[in-house]
Design a protein around this ligand. Sequence first.
Ligand SMILES: C[S@@+](CC[C@H](N)C(=O)[O-])C[C@H]1O[C@@H](n2cnc3c(N)ncnc32)[C@H](O)[C@@H]1O
Length: 279
Amino acid sequence: MTGTQVIKPRIREILSKELPGELIRLLPKHWVQIGDVLILPLRPELEPYKSRIAEVYAEVIGVKAVLRKGRIGGEFRETNYELLYGNDTVTVHIENGVKYKLDAAKVMFSPANVKERVRMAEVARPGELVVDMFAGIGHLSLPMAVHKGTRVIAIEKSPYTFRFLVENIWLNGVQDLMTPYNMDNRDFPAESIADRILMGYVVTTHKFIPKALSIAKDEAVIHYHNTVPEKLRPEEPFATFKRIAREHGYEAEKLNELVVKRYAPGVWHVVVDVRVYKR
Ligand SMILES: C[S@@+](CC[C@H](N)C(=O)[O-])C[C@H]1O[C@@H](n2cnc3c(N)ncnc32)[C@H](O)[C@@H]1O
């Protein structure tokens, strides 16, 4: 029996004494736990009771804060989650042997991207130089440095997220392998240095392809993420990548393509592994 199966009856038992009967079946059955912070999807019908509900979930599950799930948006992919319980939303989440410190109220950490975080640790090679163009708190590149001893240049534009990236590098003891830069990746000055490039971004990632090519060595692998409507698959998003690469003097070969998660109705977040060669 999993912990969740024990927890749910206990939560229902407590709240059924306090909430109208018809609302009990609307209580969230699934949630996300990041470190000791809970992210709870809450139906609008439960609005009048949200603080008490959050308190009960926090006590039964044993977390220090509860956030109401909302949408992630904007250039920095920030969350706008409502704080329902507690006051401290900075936490350390441990996944696959990697410690991620973050403010769960502000910085995105998608449980759906776990396969990709684990996969990056598998594809990385010791000694290669990886440039993570959208590093966040080190979501994808910390596993590479921690598990494979890969050298990483991690670029993150948001000053708030950057603070956690720096802390995570030290927390995981990879300060000799990872170098963080708090800047827009389009201003990153080095050229032709990367064996591998991470483009962990969505919606407008294609606009950054020319910059990625300038950072890449004459031959490199690029993990290109983007969002794509179902009706444009399977040609997109690789067709656009290939066209832009050609315009910049590179051939592009698709090695692999995976769905990371559903982004919106009819829209997928996918990652394409691309090998690029300078012509
Ligand atoms: C959605 S997070 C992704 C984190 C991680 N790459 C992943 O896929 O799980 C993207 C990060 O890129 C940062 N970012 C957005 N535009 C950027 C830019 N032009 N240069 C550097 N970082 C940028 C955002 O602030 C955000 O922290």
